[in-house]
Design a protein around this ligand. Structure first.
Ligand code: F6R
Length: 612
């Protein structure tokens, strides 16, 4: 949550900062701000409630010249989203400005102590406490900015990625991280910093990922220096980005979400590439750790949100194909549940962003208890990718729409391959199943393309349901998690209340809700439980509810009873969640667009949840 950008070099920083903030807006869009140090050593600070475009408007007639600056787009944690709580925050003497992503957990204690020393605070934020603390340390210890930042951070409990500028050292930005991401871009005549690499890629592909407890000293026209919190020099490991600018643009689509839905034909191809070979699965992370996977007693999957839904599908896949007992936990619950974990357990952490705070905390707990931790991430070089012992990237490219779409299908595809790879090792998968499922995996891009052909029909259908207040989603077996995911997609971007249920559970309570005002989406591809789900549809119809059914092409039985059917191609049951997710994503998208919602930036949400 929150995105930070910094620039120090020989050009004007404002355009770089604003463009960078636009790229990071998926991380939060409650307010935005910049602080720029100019040639006259003035520190100009502009910030406003609203989106980055509002900040641009606000700055139109302002003094924005300067070649050193820091900027921020906020997802509010401490204090409501308003102008005052917006970042950057300034020390009381007006000399130091800071941007911060994360949460200072002991900010209240620090604030009380500083108040006793006469500090006054303008905002309700934890971040202002940090900048005041830096100023206080600098004054009382009569020390340099880097010494003051190091000392202040040693007093902080919590998570942070920060960037600090100071009028006393006008050629320097100090940056530091603990549990929140920070990437430094090394250009020819400039250095960049940002919460992820997307604001940097336009200028350089050479980056350094800062590690926890590291502090970077970024000076104009000087090589980057990184030290640890104990003031020891750190190794600087320069990586080359594999990211292209076109991946970060809408490419003619009205929204990133629609672009990302349509991209799934090619993103699934990228997820599969080199991993299905002659009807066998080759996953280097599994091959390199074959002992662990062959002998594990149990797998525990930890994740949040959509990634957790992928995890539920993963459980079915791993149990059916690899015959390993699997538990799936919300990372946020797992970390506080005093879990029983042994060194014979494998913990799989699933995360698109690779930065989710709860998932990161679950990983460190699992490691502490001796488990082998395997990551399924999208963002290469992200914190989770680095914190895990091994893993598999889903390789679906940057996902910018806040609602996760292509990452979900990439996660489920990788989980299917993982289950098959473990099944190969443990000899639980029959040659027939291996051929049948791997062949279907290779067909996925074509089947997704065919399913995307439903777009127009779904757009039309969305007119009927734009203004309903509630939706029910039902599915069974592999597609019970699809029902949860369909409901989540709808509620997060259209603000329509939606609930996902295992279809047979409906009669234990939710059936009471059904009337002519409550539409039900039933996910009913041809599978083992097809007859049972037909009964569930009858139960909804008998109570006056309308039914939108997602069915396998040619399903006459459901066509006769449902109000609307969306036909998907035939696919083995274990891969059906990938295909059914396409109409579910499109339905949520078109309803939200019809309602006039901002689908790429839904209210109150952020793409990367780096706070608890
Ligand atoms: C929903 C959505 C969220 C994320 C969740 C976990 O569309 O995007 O529910 O899935 O915040 O994020 P990651 O996968 O980045 O750990």
């Amino acid at each position: 949550m929150c995105g930070i950008v910094g620039y120090i070099g020989n050009s004007q920083c404002f355009p770089v900062l604003i463009k960078g903030l636009h790229r990071l807006e998926y991380r939060g869009y409650d307010s935005a701000g910049v602080a720029i140090l100019n040639q006259n050593n003035e520190l100009n600070l502009y910030k406003t409630r609203g989106k980055v475009a509002d900040l641009e408007n606000f700055c139109q007639s302002k003094e924005i010249a300067g070649s050193i600056g820091i900027a921020h787009t906020r997802w509010a944690t401490h204090g409501e989203p308003n102008d005052i709580n917006a970042h950057p925050h300034m020390s009381a003497d007006g000399n130091i400005a800071i941007v911060h992503n994360g949460t200072i957990e002991n900010y209240n204690v620090l604030k009380q102590a500083l108040t006793k020393h006469g500090c006054e605070f303008k905002s309700e934020t934890d971040t202002e406490v940090l900048v005041q603390l830096i100023q206080y340390v600098k004054e009382t210890n009569n020390c340099t900015l880097i010494e003051a930042v190091t000392e202040a951070l040693s007093q902080v409990v919590g998570a942070y990625a920060i960037a600090v500028v100071d009028r006393d050292t006008p050629d320097t930005i100090i940056a530091a991280r603990k549990s929140s991401p920070l990437v430094i871009g090394i250009g020819e005549d400039a250095t960049y910093l940002a919460s992820d690499a997307t604001p940097i890629i336009d200028y350089t592909d050479k980056v350094v990922y800062l590690n926890d407890d590291e502090i970077a000293i970024i000076k104009k026209n000087e090589p980057l220096r990184v030290i640890t919190s104990d003031n020891e020099p750190s190794n600087i490991d320069i990586k080359t980005l594999k990211l292209s600018v076109s991946q970060l643009e809408k490419g003619g689509y009205p929204h990133f979400m629609l672009k990302e839905i349509f991209e799934q034909t090619s993103t699934i191809e990228d997820s599969i590439r080199g991993r299905v070979v002659n009807n066998h699965i080759q996953l280097s992370g599994v091959n390199e750790n074959s002992e662990k996977f062959a002998s594990a007693d149990r797998i525990i999957i930890v994740a949040c949100g959509t990634s957790w839904h992928a995890g539920l599908i993963g459980k079915r896949l791993l149990q059916d194909i690899a015959r390993v007992p699997v538990e799936v936990e919300y990372a946020s619950e797992f970390r506080y549940s005093n879990p029983v974990i042994t060194s014979r357990d494998i913990v799989i952490a699933i995360s698109q962003s690779g930065e989710t705070a709860d998932t990161l905390a679950a990983i460190s707990l699992a490691k502490e208890k001796g488990a082998f931790v395997y990551g399924i991430c999208n963002v290469v070089g992200s914190s989770i990718a680095r914190a895990t012992d091994s893993g598999t990237y889903i390789h679906v490219g940057p996902e910018i729409g806040v609602a996760s779409t292509k990452a979900f299908t990439g996660q489920v595809t990788v989980l299917t391959m993982l289950a098959l790879a473990i099944g190969q090792l443990r000899k639980t998968v029959t040659p027939d199943t291996l051929v049948r499922v791997t062949s279907a995996i290779e067909m996925l891009p074509a089947l997704i393309k065919e399913t995307l052909g439903l777009n127009k029909a779904i757009e039309k259908l969305s007119n009927t349901y734009t203004y309903v207040h509630n939706f029910l989603y039902l599915g069974r077996g592999y597609n019970y998690p699809s029902a949860l995911e369909g409901a989540l997609k709808l509620k997060e971007i259209s603000y329509i209340h939606a609930e996902g249920y295992p279809a047979a559970e409906m009669k234990h309570g939710p059936i009471a809700l059904i009337d002519h005002e409550l539409p039900t989406v039933v996910i009913a591809p041809m599978d083992e439980l097809h007859d049972k789900i037909i009964s569930n549809i009858q139960q909804v119809k008998a109570r006056g509810g309308s039914v939108i059914a997602i069915v396998t092409k040619g399903d006459k039985a459901i066509k006769e009873i449902a109000d609307h059917v969306l036909e998907i191609p035939k696919i083995p049951e274990c891969l059906s969640p990938i295909i059914v997710s396409i109409p579910l994503q499109l339905l949520a998208y078109h309803i939200a667009v019809k309602k006039g919602c901002n689908v790429d930036m839904p209210r109150n949400l952020a793409k990367s949840v780096t706070v608890e």
